[in-house]
Unconditional design. Structure first.
Length: 291
């Protein structure tokens, strides 16, 4: 990301201590970079220590400051507890970005129970486990925490061919609204961003294998383009930074009015595909899962 396109002053986030789940790649990395550049200490977690180490080093080389890479699979509540114990030895967090997600396109009738759980365990359960673990500590000890969850516009519209993700992200939207009310009195606030298309490697491999799907289909979009990373990062910083404390319980779309306002759904072109094409796409997606 070209950090000269950040709209905020240096030092804005000094003293903030933020955990970004899935912070080593994709949107998580971009947001981590913005928080770091503006003075925050950033913890990034993901499943692969090597990727996290590389990311942390690259970001610190570029901007100085501190990025701490911690391998953790957020499907595992015990592993989350260990990771957060480790973070707390440095001091309490002041912010959490629930960014880690999993997704792949599939006809819903082709999903196995394991396939459904592969998504729901990360997005629905894992996001709750992390939020709950940190929330309990803040309630017990005092302090403050600003929680931002990365959703998608299909929390309002639903979306064909990604039903486990749509269901799980909608649940996190509901968590955001519910905890904003329940835990507001503990100096915690909960907001969410619903991005439209901000292409990343992980997303393209699983949602547009071989160029199939809606990923590159911008014809009907009012602005005719994808989102740019600095645009997402600027919104994330605004919601996470001191000064926005009275914003609580909100989910803000950032999609160039492309999908939410036009009521468009993703991947409608996939309706035309047959068994053979789905077999090919499934093979391509599964080939990326181990990477
Ligand atoms: C059908 C599939 C499948 C596919 C996996 N499965 N891929 N079923 N079609 N394409 C099934 C498997 O057969 C298996 O069920 C079960 O899912 C678990 O598969 P694993 O490969 O063992 O899972 P795992 O290694 O845990 O991988 C998790 C994952 C993977 C979610 C499947 O994609 C992943 O790790 N993703 C993380 C990164 C990511 O997805 N990023 C994109 C996020 S984009 P069986 O029954 O065979 O045992 C996003 C929003 C985009 O979230 C918004 C756009 C606007």
């Amino acid at each position: 990301m070209d950090t000269s396109q950040l709209m905020f002053r240096d030092g804005l986030m000094a003293g903030e201590r933020i955990l970004v789940t899935g912070g080593g790649t994709g949107l998580g990395r971009e947001m981590s970079e913005a928080f770091l550049k503006l003075g925050a200490t950033v913890y990034i977690c993901g499943r692969r220590q090597g990727k996290l180490d590389d990311c942390a080093q690259e970001l610190m080389d570029a901007h100085g400051g501190t990025v701490v890479p911690l391998a953790c699979d957020i499907r595992d509540a015990d592993a989350i507890n260990e990771m957060i114990d480790r973070i707390w030895t440095d001091g309490p967090l002041t912010g959490l970005v629930n960014n880690a997600a999993g997704n792949f396109i599939s006809r819903t009738e082709d999903l196995s129970v394991n396939g459904f759980n592969a998504i729901a365990d990360i997005v629905f359960r894992g996001t709750f486990y992390v939020t709950h673990n940190i929330g309990k500590r803040i309630i017990a000890e005092g302090g403050r925490c600003n929680v931002l969850s990365i959703l998608t516009t299909w929390v309002w519209n639903g979306s064909a061919f990604v039903v486990p993700s749509a269901m799980s992200k909608s649940a996190i939207n509901t968590m955001t609204q519910s905890l904003a009310v329940e835990w507001g009195r503990y100096n915690m606030r909960f907001n969410a961003i619903a991005p439209g298309l901000f292409p990343t490697k992980g997303m393209s491999a699983r949602l547009s294998p071989g160029g199939q799907g809606g990923n590159s289909r911008m014809e009907g979009h009012p602005m005719g383009r994808h989102g740019e990373m600095h645009e997402l990062a600027n919104l994330a910083v605004f919601l996470m930074a001191p000064g926005a404390e009275y914003v609580n319980g909100q989910t803000i779309a950032i999609d160039g009015a492309g999908y939410q306002a036009t009521g468009g759904t993703f991947w409608t072109t996939l309706q035309a595909l047959g068994d053979e094409e789905w077999d090919q796409m499934r093979a391509m997606i599964k080939g990326t899962n181990a990477q």
